[in-house]
Ligand binder design. Structure first.
Ligand SMILES: [Zn+2]
Ligand SMILES: [Zn+2]
Length: 300
């Protein structure tokens, strides 16, 4: 397709208007959440200096990329429609006939259980961690960090989570109050709200709970994986708490100071990691060849 034709197609494409509408929606929701979270942070005595940082501006770009629907259009829509038509055997609609309350509870519990284990994978797999490190590279943790995900990390996580959703059936997220509540909990997780939330923190992944997951202190690494709920971490022994909330966030060994580095550094990390593997295997081969020669000489 020639450039003028491509341009004309783009201008008349319903997808373009959908993304433009999505951008407007992302702007409105972003401002509303910002005002609410800012007030709560100030009321709890937390800092708000993160909103003047370069890291915050990077997260704003990620926010528009995901909330406008651009990522969905570019990467996920085609994949999900392909899987939907090919995997009809998995359309089990397991909870469709259940009462709404039971269906909603099961949907949220199973969805969050999957999110917990996908998050464990994001830290355990060298390949996925390289891309998940973008989320953890934020040193100025702020509420909008909730959308700071490398597109590859997002793609892998969403694809895995798609399968149980397909089997369960209709999502209760179409019920607006539930959707807004879930969104708000997710938004506040990366905020600096200092409150402990008492017994609620035993069940919910509160801002304080998730702040340990982003702590730069190695004692807190690979802990508090819970998405919406903290119960999985308590259940599987990955929960951590301390009298003092962390004040330093981010990664000590990986730096991503610019927006482009948040996208490119993960590929460099992977290349370096596989190069180290190949060097180690070459050394091991040379060592074993050397040992064979030594044995031959001794035998001779
Ligand atoms: Zn993580
Ligand atoms: Zn996080």
């Amino acid at each position: 397709m020639k450039w003028p034709h491509l341009f004309a197609w783009l201008i008349h494409s319903p997808h373009l208007y959908a993304v433009l509408r999505g951008t407007r929606r992302a702007l409105v929701i972003g401002i509303v959440y910002y005002l609410i979270v800012y007030v709560l942070e100030r009321a709890s005595g937390a800092t708000t200096k993160q909103y003047r940082s370069r890291g915050f501006r990077q997260d704003v770009c990620y926010w528009f990329f995901y909330v406008s629907g651009l990522n969905q259009l570019l990467f996920m829509a085609a994949l999900f429609s392909f899987l939907d038509t090919r995997l009809t055997i998995l359309h089990l609609k397991m909870v469709d006939s259940w009462p709404p309350m039971v269906r909603g509870t099961v949907w949220i519990l199973l969805g969050d259980f999957t999110t917990y284990w996908v998050h464990r994978l994001q830290h355990a797999s060298r390949f996925v961690w390289a891309f998940h490190s973008t989320h953890h590279s934020q040193e100025q943790l702020n509420f909008i960090t909730t959308t700071r995900f490398h597109p590859v990390d997002h793609f892998i996580a969403d694809t895995i989570k798609y399968f149980p959703q397909l089997m369960l059936g209709a999502s209760p997220m179409s019920w607006l109050p539930l959707h807004l509540t879930m969104d708000f909990i997710s938004m506040t997780q990366h905020s600096r709200i200092k409150w402990r939330f008492g017994l609620l923190s035993k069940v919910l992944a509160t801002p304080r709970f998730h702040s340990f997951h982003h702590s730069a202190d190695p004692r807190h690494h690979n802990k508090n994986f819970g998405g919406l709920l903290s119960i999985w971490d308590h259940m599987f022994g990955t929960a951590v708490d301390a009298p003092e909330q962390p004040t330093e966030y981010g990664l000590t060994d990986i730096k991503m100071p610019t927006l482009s580095s948040t996208l490119l550094v993960p590929f460099r990390l992977l290349r370096q990691s596989y190069a180290r593997d190949s060097l180690r295997s070459d050394n091991a081969k040379m060592h074993s060849a050397g040992s064979r020669d030594d044995r031959r000489q001794i035998g001779a």
